[in-house]
Structures are given as structure tokens and as C-alpha cells.
Design a protein around this ligand. Structure first.
Ligand code: DUC
Ligand code: ZN
Ligand code: ZN
Length: 457
């Protein structure tokens, strides 16, 4: 049989195996894997890895924050940057308005995203305090494809422990997966207030007002609540040893708890807040950047399966947006950094190249487990019948990260001048080449909303 497209001579790498083979694509799916396959289009991947498209299950495009702040990547620019970096599926969020049903909120978010996305996407459903009265709608949200539910323990959307218990129970009863922002909000707001009152307003006081031990406390508390109810949970953006220890202890007992970390916590540390002027405000994100000791602990946790995935929490704000908040005090700086484009290659470069992770573990952390955890049934692996979401990855190319090189809709990057060894050469989404040798070939609206469901963990 002659297939539509064949990728020849590459080394196929999945979470569990590494082998040389040709790979055939037909009708947007992986149709065959073998030797001497032929296609209408043939691509030579000799010397390169062929991996499943990366999956980033934690991103914020066009995130609306109080004060008319909107994160600067649109669903178009953000998914295009993702594609440049080898990511072929994302999960963003639905944040329902106070009197809006979950289903209407989902429809509104899709109306914004559908015409713009370049790659496939899913949406987590946020359950904030206003949604406690809507918990009878959780099953409908699940049926509509939101198999994961975001619960905040911080910010205006935070739930108190009683509300957390109610939300976790409702999600358990529909077999959804709660994904948690764990920080101790009451303690943080008290520290923020005290520090500002004492005149300590510079960005260095951001991490000092959100200490690691309080992130650990919140993670431990939600793990205990989930354990009491018998519901699996996933802890978002783990920044420190304290949370790793909680997750590790829970998993040791066989509890269904997982955790992720993000490039900002793996590559940056609190020194970044010492940069002069507004530069020190740019890396403000929450949880904050931590110490080099935490960084080492996070890498070790990724290797040891004490953390299961790497996502980005991609949430860029422009220089002007950051500067505006910085002019007041650290607590007014919009939190978030851009990481969507560099994640896959950065984890390869620092993780695999430097001997911290195996090649298969890299694919597991960035592609396979995120897909399975988020409930993307046919993504994250290279197998017949799976979506032809693929990356031809050149392990020998070298890039220097800079705002000019990256395609995120923001004029700065926290990774300026960091060298990365290995970069995607070609990104394929459902059998269509969308990036090749640094050229974008996709189109807005080409990505599809994927209805997700909980898969066996
Ligand atoms: N922290 C979050 O919790 N969300 C968006 C960005 C950030 O820094
Ligand atoms: Zn968060
Ligand atoms: Zn987030």
C-alpha cells in the first residue's frame, strides 16, 4: 500500500521503546510502522528522533485577570509557538462567570478558541466558589469533554477546605480528575500585607511571601482531603522539595496522587528576582521560583517518578503589563512566564543530554503521561490508529533562546541566552506538517477540541 506520507529512517522513541523504522501516515492517523514503507510524500528523518507530539496540559491563553489584564498569547499565537516547540496538544481552562452554567461557559471558551487554534486542545473546568452551587453540573461538564477540574487553594477563585471537600467529592462521583493549585492563601496574604507595610515592596519579597513550606502544607492538606474521599488528584506546578516529599509519601502508600513541575522551576531560581529594575519583576509567577536545591530535587523527582509530568503553566504578560504592577509593589505584578515553546527541547537538553533522564523518560514526561493523565485517548504514543501528531526532533541542532528566536507573543523570555542542544525540525498535527525547519505552515482553526475522558492511570 502507498500511504499519504511516510517518515523514513528515523529512530522512533516512545515512553517505552527506541527503534529504527519507517512510519506511515494516512487520514491523519498513524497507519503503519515498519521497513521500506512508501508514500506520496516521503520525509527523510535519518539521524533524528521521531517522537509523539508533546502534550502540555497546563497553559493559559488569553487569561483574563482582574484589572483588565489579559495574558498576551492568544489561542492562535500561543498554539503557533507551541507548534514551533513540538507541542501538538494543550489543555487550557474554562473559568465560568458567576451566573453562567458550566456548559455555557465551555461553549463561550470554545467560541474564542476554536477559530484560532493551530493544534488540538482540551479545556479544564474551573470549580471556584461560585461553582459550589453548580456541582450538580459537574457530570454534564465531564460528558462534554472536560474530564479534568481545576481547584484553586489560592487567589480569588480559592476554595476553603469545606468547599474543597465538596468539589472533590462531586468530581470523584463523575470519575473526573481534580487538578490543584496548592498554596496556603491565608498565610500568604498575611505575609504579603506585613511585608508591604514594612516597605518591602521589591520582587525579592514575592518568594519570601510565598515560602515553600506553605506550598508543602497546602499540598499535604489537599492530599489528605482527597485520600479521605478516595479521589485521585494531580498537583499543578510543583516548585519545591516540600511538595515533592508529600507526593512521594502518598505514592509510596499507593495513593493515586501525581504531580508536575514546569521549566521555570527547573531552569530558574530566586536570583532572577535580584535583576535590576523591571527585569526582576518579569519572572514573577506563583508558586515562585525557588532555590537551586529545589531545582536539583525536582530533576531527581522527575527521574524517580516522584513527579510524573512536565507542563508549562504558560502565561505570559508583556513588559508593559509587568512594569505597571512593578511600579506599585510585588503583589501587583501579574504572575506568569512564557515557556510553551522551549519545554520539550529544554527537558531534552538539560535532562537527557546531561544524563539526568533517559530518552524514554523524556518522552514519558512531556508526551505520554500528560496525554494519558489528561484523557487524550489517541495521543502521546506512536502506535497504529493513534493521531499522527508527531515531531521529528534533531538531537544535534543547537539553539540559543531569546525573545527574537521564540514565537510567543511577548517581547521577553526568562530563558534569554540559555543554550539548548536539540530542537524540533518538523511538527506534524493530525498528519499535516505545521512547522518545518523554522517555517510555520499551519493555519488558525486547524486544531480540534478533543473531548477527553478519564483513562486508566
Ligand atoms: N500562576 C498561576 O497559578 N497561574 C498563572 C500563572 C502563574 O504564575
Ligand atoms: Zn496555578
Ligand atoms: Zn496555571
Amino acid at each position: 500500500m502507498k500511504y499519504e506520507m511516510v517518515i523514513k529512517n528515523g529512530v522512533i522513541v516512545t515512553a517505552s521503546s527506541t527503534y529504527e523504522a519507517d512510519l506511515a501516515i494516512h487520514d491523519g492517523k498513524i497507519a503503519a510502522i515498519g521497513k521500506q514503507l512508501t508514500g506520496d510524500t516521503e520525509m527523510d528523518a535519518a539521524g533524528n528522533y521521531v517522537i509523539p507530539g508533546a502534550v502540555d496540559i497546563h497553559v493559559h491563553m488569553q487569561l483574563e485577570l482582574p484589572g483588565d489584564l489579559v495574558s498576551s498569547d492568544t489561542f492562535f499565537t500561543g498554539t503557533r509557538a507551541a507548534a514551533f516547540g513540538g507541542t501538538t496538544a494543550i489543555v487550557d481552562f474554562v473559568d465560568p462567570k458567576p451566573n453562567e452554567s458550566l456548559i455555557n461557559a465551555l461553549a463561550a471558551r470554545r467560541k474564542l478558541a476554536d477559530p484560532q487554534v493551530v493544534i488540538d486542545f482540551g479545556l479544564h473546568m474551573t470549580i471556584g466558589p461560585n461553582e459550589i452551587a453548580k456541582l450538580d453540573q459537574v457530570a454534564a461538564a465531564y460528558q462534554a469533554g472536560c474530564s479534568t477540574f481545576k481547584l484553586y487553594m489560592a487567589y480569588g477563585l480559592r476554595l476553603d477546605d469545606g468547599q474543597l471537600l465538596q468539589a472533590l467529592e462531586a468530581i470523584r462521583d463523575t470519575s473526573g480528575l481534580p487538578v490543584i493549585h496548592a498554596e496556603n492563601w491565608d498565610a500568604i496574604t498575611t505575609l504579603v500585607k506585613k511585608n508591604i507595610q514594612n516597605g518591602n515592596t521589591s520582587p525579592q519579597w514575592h518568594p519570601r511571601s510565598r515560602p515553600a513550606i506553605l506550598e508543602g502544607e497546602a499540598a499535604g492538606r489537599v492530599i489528605d482531603l482527597a485520600t479521605y474521599l478516595g479521589v485521585p488528584i494531580h498537583i499543578f506546578h510543583v516548585s519545591c522539595e516540600e511538595v515533592v516529599a508529600r507526593i512521594k509519601a502518598a505514592r509510596y502508600k499507593g495513593l493515586p496522587v501525581s504531580g508536575e513541575t514546569c521549566p521555570q522551576y527547573l531552569f530558574l531560581d530566586t536570583d532572577a528576582f535580584d535583576a535590576p529594575g523591571v527585569q526582576g519583576a518579569l519572572p514573577v509567577c506563583s508558586p515562585p521560583l525557588r532555590t537551586q536545591t529545589d531545582q536539583a530535587a525536582l530533576w531527581q523527582a522527575l527521574a524517580d517518578d516522584d513527579l510524573q509530568i512536565v507542563t508549562t503553566d504558560h502565561c505570559p504578560f508583556t513588559l508593559a503589563q509587568k512594569e505597571h504592577g512593578w511600579g506599585k509593589d510585588f503583589s501587583q505584578i501579574p504572575g506568569g512566564v512564557p515557556s510553551i515553546e522551549m519545554r520539550l527541547a529544554a527537558v531534552y537538553s538539560r535532562g537527557v543530554r546531561e544524563g539526568k533522564l533517559s530518552l524514554n523518560r523524556w518522552v514519558d514526561l512531556c508526551c505520554a503521561t500528560p496525554a494519558r493523565m489528561a484523557g487524550f485517548e489517541h495521543k502521546g504514543d506512536i502506535a497504529i490508529g493513534y493521531d499522527a501528531d508527531l515531531v521529528i526532533f534533531d538531537p544535534n541542532s543547537k539553539v540559543t533562546l531569546s525573545a527574537e528566536f521564540l514565537h510567543e507573543n511577548v517581547e521577553w523570555t526568562p530563558y534569554q541566552d540559555i543554550e539548548i542542544h536539540g530542537w524540533p525540525q518538523t511538527t506534524i498535527s493530525r498528519g499535516k506538517v505545521i512547522v518545518e525547519n523554522g517555517k510555520f505552515m499551519g493555519a488558525p482553526g486547524q486544531g480540534k477540541f478533543v473531548k477527553r475522558k478519564s483513562l486508566k492511570r
